[in-house]
Design a binder for this molecule. Structure first.
Ligand SMILES: Nc1ncnc2c1ncn2[C@@H]1O[C@H](COP(=O)(O)OP(=O)(O)OP(=O)(O)O)[C@@H](O)[C@H]1O
Ligand SMILES: [Mg+2]
Length: 500
């Protein structure tokens, strides 16, 4: 048994863990749950040796151990896939995976072939869409997450810690991952998984430990519990039934057409997409990983040029050479891929919130940092973002709180058209519900919203219409009664309506 007893950790004024307890047996899969900033990653990092606890005891099979470094953690056969990806861009996939424990041959030289073969086998087992020689910058966020996982698995640990690794994964990738995890657990591995996708928890874990403000408030048998109870432990409140979004007119016929997309092609990944979107509509773009939906969304933000086809915004042709053009045209973009796209990690929380306004140009160039911080503080308060000081670097926030800053930025900006790519990745249930409410309200006030999501529940909950992408084209459009999980999943697999 691995056991943590009375673990305390504070970062300056912020208490991350308070007398927290946790335990896991051989062969068990346990979910570690809690709202954003509740201390989950801190607990994972303490076990991984990258953060030191202030006090408390860690026991393995009854024997007390000290984890003073990541080397010490590895020596205890603990491996971690971290929430913020740790892959190095100048190294190939196999080098990244094997870093720190390369297989060596004669004279201690790295045996390239042996390493490559070992990683290739892991890639095949986890069905990852890449080769051992690829570089991280050419791979999608979900592929990178999977590589982060096999990197941890490659150590053949006794304890495997997975911090929000499914946040970017798509339906089929999650299924394959879970099959692998069940196999590893059967072989005796202890697996701890951190996630905000609560439906997933019941499928993969047998027990859940829940943190609230750094305190371990519950340890529950998942066979005897339901989602509402988990949310209750996380928040201290019973969840209220959320009204599912229903639209009197789901057909998209009525109202002014704001965005008219005609036969758009982008690179080789979007092959002739057309759609008419009206003012105040929430459109969801679904599909398995890499079916063109994210590339299409980014083309509407000026990230990728159109190869052919046209886009009209408010009846006028829209021609974008860069995201700055999109912002000027009243288009906003929220990306869940904070690592690469959304967060200026060297900048303060205040600057991160205010940057969209600043990018609008000259009218705002005179704003003082005092004003920035004042306005930003308003947003932090209204969205319940858990921070120390507004001038702290954004990197001091927990993953989910960083993402809330990204929302805050665009909610403040209030563009006419808001594009979102997996926006609630890593965001807890309560904040997710808040963002969804915001989207519904903004849509009612006339904002037009287009959202890509890897999370089917999210797509079904908020979209008026769902366009399902398959191999670069729109394979199905789901409206009204057709917006069911079954129909969505079948369409994602490329099945026709009859097969479904
Ligand atoms: N390096 C740091 N410096 C200062 N504060 C920190 C640091 N790392 C974490 N914190 C704070 O400690 C608290 C717990 O953070 P932690 O990352 O453990 O949360 P979490 O449960 O993983 O949240 P999330 O679901 O958002 O990832 C948060 O309030 C966070 O802001
Ligand atoms: Mg975290």
């Amino acid at each position: 048994m691995l056991e943590l007893r009375n673990i305390n950790k504070a970062y300056g004024e912020v208490v991350a863990l308070k007398d927290a307890n946790f335990s896991i047996e051989r062969g068990e899969i346990v979910a570690l749950l809690g709202a954003n900033g509740s201390g989950k990653s801190t607990m994972v990092k303490i076990l991984g040796g990258s953060v030191k606890s202030d006090s408390g005891t860690i026991l393995i099979d009854g024997r007390e151990v000290k984890i003073s470094s990541s080397g010490a953690s590895r020596a205890l056969k603990i491996a971690v896939a971290y929430q913020e990806l740790s892959l190095l861009s100048r190294m190939t996939v196999w080098e990244n995976v094997m870093l720190g424990h390369y297989i060596r041959g004669k004279f201690g030289l790295v045996d390239q072939d042996a390493n490559r073969e070992y990683v290739k086998a892991l890639i095949a087992q986890f069905k990852i869409d890449c080769g051992p020689e690829d570089y991280p910058q050419d791979l999608s966020p979900s592929t990178l997450s999977l590589i982060e996982i096999i990197k941890a698995v490659s150590w053949k640990p006794d304890v495997l810690l997975l911090d929000e690794v499914t946040a970017t994964l798509h339906h089929n990738e999650v299924e394959t991952l879970f099959e692998n995890l069940r196999r590893l657990a059967k072989e005796g591995m202890r697996i701890v998984t951190v996630t905000h996708r609560l439906e997933e928890v019941f499928r993969i874990a047998s027990r859940a430990v829940i943190l609230r403000n750094g305190v371990s408030v519950a340890d529950v048998d998942l066979k005897k519990t339901d989602v509402d109870t988990l949310v209750y432990h996380m928040t201290g409140k019973m969840p209220e039934a959320v009204e599912r979004h229903s639209d009197a007119d789901d057909t998209g016929n009525a109202g002014d057409i704001v965005l008219n997309v005609e036969n758009v092609q982008v690179g080789n990944s979007v092959k002739g997409v057309s759609m008419k979107i009206r003012k105040g509509e929430i459109v969801g773009l679904g599909g398995l990983e890499g079916q063109g939906q994210s590339v299409f969304l980014r083309s509407l933000y000026g990230v990728h040029p159109l190869r052919s086809g046209s886009v009209q915004l408010g009846g006028k042709p829209l021609s974008l050479n860069s995201p700055a053009d999109a912002v000027k045209a009243g288009i906003g973009f929220i990306s869940g891929d904070r690592n690469r796209e959304s967060v200026f990690s060297q900048r303060s929380i205040g600057e991160n919130i205010f940057c969209a306004k600043l990018s609008e140009g000259s009218a705002f160039s005179f704003v003082t940092s005092k004003k920035i911080n004042h306005e930003a503080m308003g947003i932090v308060e209204s969205h319940g973002i858990k921070i120390g000081k507004i001038t702290d670097p954004i990197s001091s926030l927990s993953g989910g709180n960083q993402q809330k800053v990204v929302f805050g930025r665009w909610i403040y900006e209030s563009p006419n058209v808001l594009l979102l790519d997996d926006p609630t990745k890593g965001v807890d249930v309560a904040a997710r519900a808040e963002l969804h409410d915001f989207l519904r309200q903004a849509a009612e006030n006339g904002m037009t919203i287009i959202m890509v999501s890897s999370d089917n529940v999210e797509l079904l909950d908020v979209s008026d219409r769902i366009f399902v992408f398959y191999e670069g084209q729109i394979h199905a459009t789901l409206t009204g009664e057709d917006r069911t999980e079954e129909k969505l999943v079948s369409a994602m697999m490329g099945m026709s309506a009859k097969e479904a």
